[in-house]
Write a protein that binds this ligand. Structure first.
Ligand SMILES: [Mg+2]
Length: 309
């Protein structure tokens, strides 16, 4: 099987989005943009040994590669449309490829995004996806929009993915529900979109709340006060903290892909409605101030959020 057969066999499925004028098969793809919309694009790489374990299932790897990119588009309040895939494989393993491509196809159908191109090469296993989305002109929610007095909110619960990873690294076997938090994060697409016109700033929590919220305050030239007692935690995380007092895990653990956003107090009831509509927990964890620093009440540890280098 050569490269072209590989693409044909595993990655060239029929697309239904009428916005795609040209998908896989030419030098480049063509996607039509409606007038009044802007293109929003992001790239995320998943590497073996860094972002997933050697023996992780191809289905989980495919799902997560898409989910982390969808999460970035969601954090902008945009709607994901199409993506390209750069796949580096150590060898041509047809069983692996079949499982990977089936999961990728299934996940892309679920989230209504189309694979429109990519590249394949040989090397250590690495999956790079570039996701493209659209948003009404000037409506994207940026990191730089937080204002003094904004409430700070977080969706879902944080730290569970890091807790699961900690258990694996300690040789423990996490429960299935815990593994789902690590391997199958849910991109908060509906929430991101609903926050347009309401949130002043937004980021997805990929590297840890402490670090990702720091990105918001730096970009917005503001400060923030957050209280650990307000953090939304799962029962297993509460149990973990009761015995370890390790607040660094929910504060600095990454891979949750929940949204952290800020909004003025007068939108609070609207945000409660959005939480109900999206069937998702949204918790107020603090307030933006003009201090230029991030203060975490009840936590005196140093930042231990995920660093790539
Ligand atoms: Mg992000």
């Amino acid at each position: 099987m050569n490269e072209f057969e590989l693409i044909q066999n595993y990655f060239n499925w029929p697309l239904s989005d009428p916005g795609i004028e040209l998908g896989i098969g030419d030098d480049a793809a063509i996607f039509n943009l409606d007038s009044g919309y802007q293109l929003v694009t992001t790239t995320d790489t998943l590497s073996e040994g860094v972002h997933f374990f050697k023996n992780d299932s191809p289905e989980d790897i495919a799902y997560k590669s898409l989910a982390v990119n969808l999460s970035d588009i969601a954090a902008m309040g945009a709607t994901a449309k199409c993506f390209t895939l750069a796949l580096t494989l150590p060898k041509l393993d047809e069983i692996w490829l079949k499982q990977f491509s089936q999961s990728l196809k299934q996940t892309s159908k679920k989230y209504n995004v189309s694979l429109i191109g990519g590249d394949t090469t040989r090397g250590p296993l690495n999956i790079t996806i570039t996701m493209m989305g659209v948003v009404e002109k000037s409506k994207a929610i940026k990191r730089s929009g937080a204002r003094n007095g904004d409430n700070i909110y977080v969706s879902g619960e944080i730290g569970d993915a890091a807790l699961c990873l900690k258990k694996i690294n300690a040789g423990e076997r996490p429960h299935k529900a815990e593994l789902i938090k690590l391997n199958r994060p849910i991109p908060r697409i509906e929430l991101g979109s609903a926050l347009k016109g309401i949130a002043n700033s937004c980021i997805d929590i990929s590297d840890g709340l402490e670090q990702d919220l720091s990105h918001i305050i730096k970009a917005s030239k503001v400060g923030a006060m957050v209280a650990i007692q307000e953090l939304p935690l799962s029962q297993s995380m509460i149990k973990y903290i009761e015995s370890n007092d390790d607040w660094a895990l929910p504060l600095c653990g990454g891979d949750d892909y929940e949204l952290c956003f800020t909004a003025p107090e007068n939108f609070n009831s609207e945000i409660i409605n959005i939480a109900e509509f999206c069937k998702i927990k949204i918790t107020k964890i603090g307030v933006i101030n003009d201090s230029k620093d991030l203060k975490i009440k009840g936590y005196d540890g140093q930042g231990q959020s995920y660093q790539h280098f």
